[in-house]
Design a protein around this ligand. Structure first.
Ligand code: FEO
Length: 171
């Protein structure tokens, strides 16, 4: 065995958790689209893509060390989204849960003295700080505008523009 069994199990759980995060973001994207916040929906969908990249980063590490990736089943909770604020609050709560899992991963790697995973885990620790900060900032802005339609639409347009694929060169 190239990776300590407990660490391998924790890494594998994280691969599944990142796919779970992707599905939650995708569900939130659909809910925001249903509320006609198309920019926020695009933002959530791009976030779902990022989560899949996160899953692959860990899977690649497991495979590069000659081990097998084992996915577990994922059950998506029934997410109650009545507003943009609800959607981003759910996203933040989920990111906080993922941050706890990454801290646990760091703890396990330290416990079993696995130095080879250190760079990967440090990347994720930093990424979680950024993700919580980004989503927290959007929540602050949503709280500022409250029910103001014009304010909500401005945030929607900005978030959509941030994540729209760049237009290609004119033909
Ligand atoms: Fe991969 Fe948003 O945590």
């Amino acid at each position: 065995m190239n990776i300590n069994e407990k660490l391998l199990d924790t890494l594998n759980k994280q691969v599944t958790a990142e796919h779970e995060a992707a599905l939650i973001y995708q569900q939130l994207s659909y809910e925001l689209s249903a509320l006609s916040f198309d920019g926020m929906s695009t933002w959530m969908s791009a976030q779902a893509d990022e989560e899949r990249v996160h899953a692959e980063k860990i899977a690649d590490h497991i495979l590069a060390r000659g081990e097998h990736v084992k996915l577990a089943s994922i059950e998506i909770p029934d997410l109650q989204v009545g507003s943009a604020l609800d959607a981003f609050t759910i996203a933040l709560e989920h990111e906080q849960k993922v941050s706890d899992m990454i801290r646990n991963l760091a703890r396990v790697a330290e416990e079993v003295q696995d130095f080879d995973s250190r760079t990967l885990i440090n990347w994720f620790l930093n990424e979680q700080i950024e993700e919580e900060d980004t989503v927290g900032g959007i929540i602050d802005q949503l709280k500022m505008v409250g029910e103001d339609g014009a304010g909500l639409l401005r945030i929607d347009a900005r978030l959509g523009a941030e994540r729209e694929p760049a237009a290609g060169p004119a033909q």
